[in-house]
Ligand binder design. Structure first.
Ligand code: G3H
Ligand code: 13P
Ligand code: ZN
Length: 308
């Protein structure tokens, strides 16, 4: 099966379940995610950040995803995560991605619309779809820190105007999630009333949640048990994320929880096998840890099992 666009996946998912968008950086991460989706018969979005492209190179990631397509019959979308300018979006569109995000969320409203519109025009002319963002999440992404006070929830009326004027195919909104491993000091929760209002103003339009890792305390503890000093604080509970999948959220982004699962596995393996130095020995359980985490998310957050 060739790569599909996220729009095709969202059409089937809207109001029933969400498609997991997992960040990929190397072969073991891709294999772990894809094996989980295959076992669960779940659609899938593999997403690549600017940092991942720099680390692994576009062509390597592209070829690994092509291998995943050949190896499975899964509907997979390959997506640019947090594209910050027209050039990176164009490069991913020209390089075979089926979906790109243009993240103008830090720009003034009208500039965000203008940039998104420019990407939409180029993407649509090439059969590619576009995710945009309005509102600002707290947390860390691509080494940029956004403090809680600089974050801002998405304004529902602005969201409707933004979609209408920019022509984007899906919209990431800020309703309480945040990026990275250190989420909130207090009790994290979601602004369901805001989500309901946005979904009412944009009927049938796919909405996206970033920063949806839960940072399960047992994984932070497991990472740190073997000498780590990762500072983690729990994110929005999985039951709350699950609820959004019937309210217009069609895509849920998860990266940090995979990083923690992989790191915990490698640290544990190294502690138990101090004499081993063959990367296959510690990367095999790490790949399995990714797979288990993705299976868990498919069942507990996305509700996307057996949707193929
Ligand atoms: O939201 C950002 C993702 O977690 C990607 O992180 O830019 O470090 O690859 P990265
Ligand atoms: P987390 O840091 O919560 O995993 O969020 C990932 C994300 O939003 C990628 O765009
Ligand atoms: Zn994000």
């Amino acid at each position: 099966m060739p790569l599909v666009t996220s729009a095709e996946l969202f059409k089937k998912a809207y109001g029933k379940y969400a498609v997991g968008a997992f960040n990929v950086n190397n072969m073991e991460i891709i294999q772990g995610i894809v094996e989980a989706a295959k076992e669960e018969q779940s659609p899938l979005i593999l997403q690549v950040s600017a940092g991942a492209r720099k680390y692994a190179k576009h062509i390597y990631l592209m070829k690994l995803v092509e291998a995943a397509l050949e190896d499975t019959d899964l509907p997979i979308c390959l997506h640019l995560d947090h594209g910050e300018d027209f050039e990176i979006a164009k490069s991913c569109i020209d390089g075979g991605f089926t979906s790109v995000m243009i993240d103008g969320s830090k720009l003034p409203f009208e500039e965000n619309i203008a940039l998104t519109k420019k990407v939409v025009e180029y993407a649509h002319a090439n059969g590619v779809v576009v995710e945009a963002e309005l509102g600002r999440l707290a947390g860390v992404e691509d080494d940029i820190k956004v403090s809680a006070k600089d974050s801002s929830y998405t304004d529902p009326d602005q969201a409707a105007e933004f979609v209408y004027k920019s022509g984007c195919d899906s919209l990431a909104i800020a309703i309480g999630t945040s990026h990275g491993a250190y989420k909130f000091k207090g009790d994290p929760s979601l602004d369901f009333a805001r989500l309901e209002t946005i979904a009412k103003l944009l009927p049938g339009f796919p909405l996206v949640l970033h920063g949806a890792s839960t940072v399960l305390p047992e994984f932070v503890a497991k990472c740190n048990q073997f000498g780590g000093e990762i500072k983690g604080a729990q994110g929005v509970p999985e039951e709350m994320l699950f609820r959004t999948t019937t309210m217009g959220i069609c895509k849920i982004n998860i990266d940090t929880d995979l990083r923690l699962a992989m790191t915990a596995s490698i640290r544990e393996y190294m502690a138990d096998h101090p004499g081993d130095f063959d990367p296959r020995q510690y990367l095999s359980p790490a790949r399995e840890a990714i797979k288990n985490m993705v299976k868990h998310k498919i069942k507990s957050v996305l509700n996307s099992s057996n949707r193929i």
